[in-house]
Structures are given as structure tokens and as C-alpha cells.
Ligand binder design. Structure first.
Ligand code: ADP
Length: 632
């Protein structure tokens, strides 16, 4: 029997398969099962269109059997089978893909009735990743004779006639011997096969059956129970995916159970989202928002992505490209008939359909979130507590490119109420004369509330947003405006709240005290940029503010980042309340006792740092200074 040679391109592919381009060799089973399922689709389809009748979908099955003694694994189907020519062209070459041919030959209307996985003829060859030889026995409904295709790898293949009773195909793999770093024996193990079917092919629409070994108690017998092994057919796959069942049919409990099992969460999801899209793009998406952030969520270990199925067959465990980073907390899956059982992640990345799906999913998630925000505020706050930070990162990311999608989904603490508020709510409450959105940053709302500048602004009847997370201020700076209103840090920006006379009076006072203020600054040192009198501190003697782009809390955040060695400094200004008795006291000391003024300056500065959530630069010196004062 002369050996036929594979076409050059097939040979290359086969070479790649044998030397394994896939890191997961186990996917060979998924590929063979998919082929079997396609073949059944084709037979079923032909029986419908060629009006042969008699085809009952329930007769169709895929069968697996493993035999350890002969090291063989068989995948059988009662699908369409292949003619001799088809064997040659389908399994002799990759350039020509049977599935693709079939699709081309049927007209568009018919195509809608059938979707056949796989447009790239590479799947079958994956069998060689785990086998040293592969045999395919096959027969079509039109032929009495069967054909056997046989190959041990790149050196070619043979095709001979054979006896075959049933229509369909049996693929027999002769599994490789275990190698140093590879365990091939596992592909002959019942439990492993069962596991692989569950993992990759659970939702194949035909039953995947296997005779499994079970144990039972023997009848009769004495006191000692005796057991015997017996085999029983078992269907390994569940066939109908939950996301293919009609929405009204699936209960919340079922979704929750599915979610827990699939995504290893002990809690039910906070929200389940289903989306079915039909038209130029077709897909089903089943998405979950967890009720709490996974432990590794805010670490670099966390991997985002959705499971990707092509007509019920899992093709990727975590498809990153389906989720933008700011929605990385979403779990779930997408199943589309438009995607091919493609060879590599790299190719998938460039898939146009995938991009269209990702865009639609992004929109869906954002609209579901905004629905939750409007209709179930409590739930939304729970969600936001877990994942709000990620949305704020999203605002900051890519130079604010996602602001339209995200700006109405973020919440901030507020002086208005104990609850968190949206920017929209803030703006709707702004006073007529208020031009900017006021905010202040700090470690906690309680600390911000007590900032002298905040107290002053709030007492004038304005609302102040409390920014307590490190990302907050960066996000707002990236947004720049909301509803055409700029943001203003009450501890940094000129809020322009005083009248012209007040401003003039303050300016004059600062000029008059210029020497004293300069002396105070000198006494404190270079850590402050200047000392000035202020009229925006309400009843407090002193506070810190900053000048320029960098605020105090941004300084804190940036210095916390890995690789930064405390090098970044905001330009600090020590503000002294011009209306507070301390201002008068400082003036007197400037005339009479500059040593004490120097000490006071340092104490005021240390106190102001504390108010702003910064530690005094020299705590022991501060404590000593206070003690000195006590002793007079
Ligand atoms: P693909 O399935 O992506 O087309 P494969 O390399 O897996 O590529 O298979 C090549 C072709 O061989 C298929 O398109 C199909 O026509 C044929 N084939 C493979 N397995 C079977 C099978 N079990 N029954 C019938 N035809 C099959």
C-alpha cells in the first residue's frame, strides 16, 4: 500500500501539532468531539433538506471508549461520515476545510438553520499531540463500503477499504507512552475523560456517552457485603447550556448555582446579566457581577476575562479582549456561532466579530449598572463598595477616554448626607452662584469634615465632595469638568468666595505682615513654600493648603506607589486665620519675642500637618516644643 504524502501546509501544521503549539494538549478531545458533533449536524441537516425523513435527533450520539491495555481512545459518532475522496481531501490537507466547504455550498437561508463549528481545518491534527498513530474509519449513508484512514504522523497516510456496519466515523487514537515531562496515561483514565468533557464540551448538543465502571453490592451473600464492578452507559455532558434556555425558564437559584460552581465563589452573584444578540452579530452572553471582590482582585495576579464558547464549545477560558479593564470584575461567558474554533489567541485578538461583541458587552454592563444605580441604590452601593475603585481607575485610564461611559457611575462621599452621591446629584443641588464643584481629600470622611477649609465652605451652604480614595483626585483631574463645571479643591484652589472688600482687606493685611510671615516661613524651613494670612478657616487657627497641580493627598498617593522614594512634594502653604486671636498674638511676638514666635510657627505647622492627615516631620521636636510652652 503506497503511502500518500500530506500536502506541504498540512505537513507543517502536523509538525507543529506533534511538537505542540498548544500548551494544553488536552484540547484534542474537544476538537474531536466538535468534529463529531459537526458531522452529526451535517447528517441531520441533509436528512432534513434532502427529505429522506426518518432522522430522529435523539438517535444521534457521540461515544467515547478508552482501553488501557491497548492504549487506545476511541471517539465515535453516527454523523455524516466521509467518502474516500472526502477522507483524502479533509484529512490530507488543511487548506481545504470541510466545514467551510459545506457552508459555502448551502445557500444563505439554509445556513441560518445550521451552524457548524470551525472554519479552519486544523482541529483534527491536534490528535497527534497525544497519539503516535491515528486511525479513522468512516462510512457515509450512500456507500456500502467503509474506508480506513491511517497515519503515524508526518511521513504520510494510507486509505484502505474496510468493513463498517454503521454510518458515521470512529477515530481511534493510539495514545503515546508517557514521556519524562508528559503524562499521557491520563487520557485513558475514565475520570480524566469525564473531566475534559465537562470542561470543554459540556454543552455539545448531542449526548457524549461512555461506558463507565461502577460498583454495586452483590445480591445475597452473608454478613460480609460483597461488591462487584459493572459497566453502565453514562451521558457525560449536560447538553443544554443554561444561557441557551429561555430567560423565563431559569430561576435565580439556578443561575447562582451555575455561577458558584463555575467561578468558585461561595456567595451568590450580586447581579446576573443575560444578553442575546441576533442580527449581523450573533451571540449569547451570561454575565455575573460578584457580591464581593475576590481576594486577589486589586492585585496584579488577578486576570480578567470571559469564557468564550463557539456554539457551545469552550474555546478560551479567559478571553481578556471581551472585557475592558474597568469592568474586569465581571465574570461570565460569551457563546457565539460566528466565531471559529480558532487556532491561536493572537488570531482571535484580531477577530472583528470579537471586537463587535466586546463593544456591545461593554455597553450592556454600563447600562445594567446605571439601571441598578437608579432603581436599587442599596445594591448599587454594595457593588460600588467592592468595585467602585475600578470604575474610578477607568475614568483615569487612557487619558479620560472612557468618561462618557463611567462618569455617572461613580460615587463620592459628601457633606450633604452620610450616603455617597453621584456627580449628577451634586450638580443638581449646586447653588445659583456656585461656579465650581467643590471637593476635599483625606483619609476618611471624618477627617475631611474637620478640615478648617471644608468647615468654612460648608458653613456658607455649599456642598463638598469627600474624596477618600487615592484614585479619586486623579480621576477628577482627568475629568476636568462635569456638566461644564470645573472641580475645585477647597484646600488648594482659589474658591473666590469672599467679597471684593474682604479680598482687598486680606491682601492689605498680608502685605502689612509680610516680614513677620517671611520670618515664620524661615523658622519652619523649606518644607513650606510660604506662610500667609487667610480668611477661609472659620474658627480654626491654622491649616495647610497647597499650590500648583499637586495636592497634599496626591503627594501621599504618589509616594506610596512602588518604586517612589518619598521624592514627590506638593507645594505647601501654612495658612493662619487672620480673624483668630492667634494672628494678633503672632504679631505681638514678632515685635517682642522672636524666639517664641519661631517655636509657635513650628508648632502651628506641626498641628496643621496633623489636621491634614500628615505626621509632623519631627514628632519628638514637636512634643518637646509643646512641653516647653507648658513650662512657660
Ligand atoms: P475543521 O473541523 O475545523 O474543518 P478538522 O481538521 O478538524 O477541521 O477536520 C477537517 C475536516 O474533516 C472537517 O471539516 C470534516 O469535513 C472532516 N471530519 C473530521 N472529523 C470528522 C468526523 N468525525 N465525521 C465526518 N467528517 C469529519
Amino acid at each position: 500500500m503506497p503511502k500518500k504524502q500530506f500536502r506541504t501546509e498540512s505537513k507543517k501544521l502536523l509538525d507543529m501539532m506533534i511538537n505542540s503549539i498548544y500548551t494544553h494538549k488536552e484540547i484534542f478531545l474537544r476538537e474531536l468531539i466538535s468534529n463529531a458533533s459537526d458531522a452529526i449536524d451535517k447528517r441531520y441537516y441533509r436528512s432534513l433538506t434532502e427529505a429522506k425523513g426518518g432522522a430522529d435527533r435523539s438517535d444521534y450520539e457521540i461515544r467515547l471508549s478508552a482501553d488501557k491495555a491497548s492504549r487506545t481512545l476511541k471517539v465515535s459518532d453516527n454523523g455524516c461520515g466521509m467518502t474516500r475522496e472526502e477522507l483524502d481531501s479533509n484529512l490530507g490537507t488543511i487548506a481545504k476545510s470541510g466545514s467551510l466547504d459545506f457552508k459555502k455550498n448551502s445557500d444563505a437561508k439554509d445556513e441560518e438553520q445550521i451552524d457548524i463549528i470551525g472554519q479552519f481545518g486544523v482541529g483534527f491534527y491536534s490528535a497527534f499531540m497525544v497519539s503516535d498513530s491515528v486511525t479513522v474509519e468512516t462510512r457515509t449513508a450512500e456507500s456500502e463500503t467503509g474506508y480506513r484512514w491511517s497515519s503515524a504522523g508526518t511521513d504520510g497516510y494510507t486509505v484502505t477499504e474496510c468493513e463498517k456496519q454503521d454510518v458515521g466515523t470512529v477515530v481511534t487514537l493510539h495514545i503515546k507512552e508517557n514521556a519524562e515531562e508528559e503524562n499521557y496515561d491520563e487520557f485513558l483514565d475514565e475520570w480524566r475523560i469525564r473531566e475534559l468533557v465537562k470542561k470543554y464540551s459540556d454543552y455539545i448538543r448531542y449526548p457524549i456517552r461512555m461506558a463507565v465502571t461502577k460498583s454495586r453490592r452483590k445480591d445475597g451473600g452473608g454478613d460480609k457485603p460483597e461488591y462487584e464492578d459493572y459497566t453502565e452507559d453514562e451521558t457525560l455532558n449536560s447538553m443544554v447550556p443554561i444561557w441557551k434556555r429561555s430567560k423565563s425558564e431559569v430561576t435565580d437559584e439556578e443561575y447562582a448555582a451555575f455561577y458558584r460552581e463555575k467561578f468558585y465563589d461561595y456567595e451568590a452573584p450580586l447581579k446576573t446579566i443575560r444578553q442575546r444578540v441576533e442580527g449581523t452579530t450573533n451571540y449569547d452572553a451570561l454575565l455575573f457581577i460578584p457580591a464581593h471582590a475576590p481576594l486577589d482582585y486589586y492585585s496584579t495576579e488577578y486576570e480578567r476575562g470571559l469564557q468564550l464558547y463557539s456554539s457551545g464549545v469552550l474555546i478560551m477560558e479567559k478571553c481578556k479582549d471581551l472585557l475592558p479593564d474597568y469592568f474586569s470584575f465581571v465574570y461570565g461567558l460569551v457563546d457565539s456561532a460566528d466565531l471559529s474554533l480558532n487556532i491561536s489567541r493572537e488570531m482571535l485578538q484580531h477577530d472583528r466579530q470579537l471586537k463587535v461583541i466586546a463593544k456591545a458587552i461593554e455597553k450592556k454592563i454600563s447600562s445594567e449598572l446605571s439601571g441598578m444605580l437608579n432603581n436599587d441604590r442599596e445594591k448599587y452601593e454594595q457593588f460600588f463598595k467592592a468595585f467602585g475603585r475600578q470604575l474610578k481607575y477607568g475614568l483615569y485610564m487612557d487619558y479620560g477616554a472612557h468618561k462618557d461611559l463611567l462618569q455617572d457611575l461613580v460615587l463620592f462621599g459628601s457633606s450633604f448626607e452620610d450616603k455617597k452621591v453621584t456627580l449628577k446629584e451634586y450638580v443638581s443641588r449646586m447653588k445659583d452662584d456656585q461656579k465650581k464643584i467643590y471637593y476635599a481629600s483625606g483619609d476618611t470622611a471624618e477627617q475631611i469634615k474637620l478640615l478648617p477649609q471644608v468647615e468654612a465652605v460648608v458653613s456658607r451652604g455649599y456642598e463638598v465632595l469627600y474624596l477618600t480614595e487615592d484614585v479619586d483626585e486623579f480621576a477628577l483631574q482627568m475629568l476636568r469638568t462635569y456638566s461644564e463645571k470645573e472641580f475645585a479643591n477647597v484646600c488648594q484652589d482659589d474658591l473666590d468666595l469672599s467679597s471684593d472688600e474682604e479680598k482687598e482687606a486680606l491682601k492689605k493685611e498680608n502685605e502689612e505682615c509680610a516680614d513677620m510671615l517671611a520670618f515664620m516661613k524661615e523658622s519652619i524651613g523649606d518644607t513650606v513654600k510660604s506662610v500667609r494670612l487667610s480668611n477661609s478657616l472659620k474658627n480654626h487657627p491654622a491649616s495647610l493648603s497647597s499650590e500648583g497641580m499637586l495636592s497634599i493627598s496626591m503627594e501621599k498617593t504618589l509616594n506610596k506607589m512602588p518604586g517612589k522614594s518619598e521624592g514627590i512634594k506638593a507645594d505647601l502653604v501654612l495658612e493662619i486665620n487672620a480673624e483668630h486671636p492667634i494672628a494678633e498674638r503672632l504679631r505681638t511676638l514678632y515685635e517682642s519675642d522672636r524666639d517664641t514666635l519661631a517655636k509657635y510657627s513650628r508648632i502651628l505647622y506641626a498641628g496643621a500637618r496633623l489636621i491634614n492627615g500628615l505626621t509632623p516631620e519631627n514628632p519628638s521636636e514637636t512634643a518637646d516644643l509643646i512641653c516647653d510652652l507648658m513650662l512657660g
